[in-house]
Design a protein around this ligand. Sequence first.
Ligand SMILES: O=C(O)CCC(=O)C(=O)O
Ligand SMILES: [Fe+2]
Length: 385
Amino acid sequence: DSLIDAHTEVDGYCQKTDEGESCGNKDAEINLTRLEGGEIGSTQTIKVNGEVEFHLKSLSKKPLILEVPNFLNSVECQHLIELAKKVGLKKSITEQTGREKIKTFQLMDRDLDSRINISEMFETLQNGFDIYLEEEDLKEMYKELGMDPNGDNIVSQEEIQAVRPVQLQQYLYKLVSEHPEKHSRYSQQAWLYPNKHSDDNIFRQVQVRVSELAGLPLNLVHLSDVQVVSYGVKGHYNAHWDSSEKGHDAPCCETGKPNQGMCKSCRYMTILFYLNDVEEGGETAFPVADNETLNIQDITASRIGHLYKTCRDANLRVTAEKGKAVLWYNHFVDPGTGWMGDMDFYTLHGGCPVFKGEKWIANFWIKTTYSREHDLQRMARLHDI
Ligand SMILES: O=C(O)CCC(=O)C(=O)O
Ligand SMILES: [Fe+2]
């Protein structure tokens, strides 16, 4: 009983006939759908598997964020933690930290005055090194590296040229090795792969429930790996988006495909589970949920993305409670194709610092690309993975 033939059970999408198997005859009927929210704070009841009732509470409209208490039971939560431990948890890395050696970086001279002020330096370090400093850290760094001899908190052209990038890099790497919480993300993680864990009944059951809750085909849920994350005290994840905008820069990454080269994360939807109760802290924050307007450049320049420090100011914070699911759509549906459309930048979110205890979550994503045909083929080929 493995994923090898799971596609035969799903939605009648693939059918066994005397001639063999025929897949995709229902292509035309498969669209990405969205759940509908209600008034903020209101609850709707849905039946999963025709009987079990779950209560979906609307937390925000822009983007639509819903929470479902007790979506997983205690045994399931513990099981996902155990599975992750068996796989082995590793330090989480983000794209920037993962980059080998940064010899150069881009100075974010936003106002083009050929000088880098404090907020421009924050942004430079965030973008180039994935490091979030505070004002005291920055002043200390200027002092140590002699970057600002006149002490005006502005690094001029001449002052910056006196510092070699490698010097700056070494200083920063030492700082974050002593203070890992200054990274955008401070956690450990393990990946669960649907094909590797296809004989795990609990994992499969959860996937089925996710598909029924989201109202999306099980095979679509099977296209995504699952990430289990654990945070200790000071653990956090600064604000980010789970998906990527359409563009010609790189194709969407595919689960289980080796040697993909440069690729980006494309995730139509996020379904996040809390696997334990956190003693203090560890909420999921959405700094711009239900904001009237949104200016992407302001997010980077202001400190609202620095959730390690600014979580309390976020528009919405979801409490981590064992078994609860929180879900949102990282993309709109393209009305023309019925498939993944533009990204919804209001989904900016992250994990607040844990102050006491630990926090375990599991990220289930609905991983689609911008091509409906491509994804339908991948769903049909699932047994080849
Ligand atoms: O820890 C959280 O609450 C959020 C985690 C998250 O956003 C992620 O893992 O992508
Ligand atoms: Fe996320």
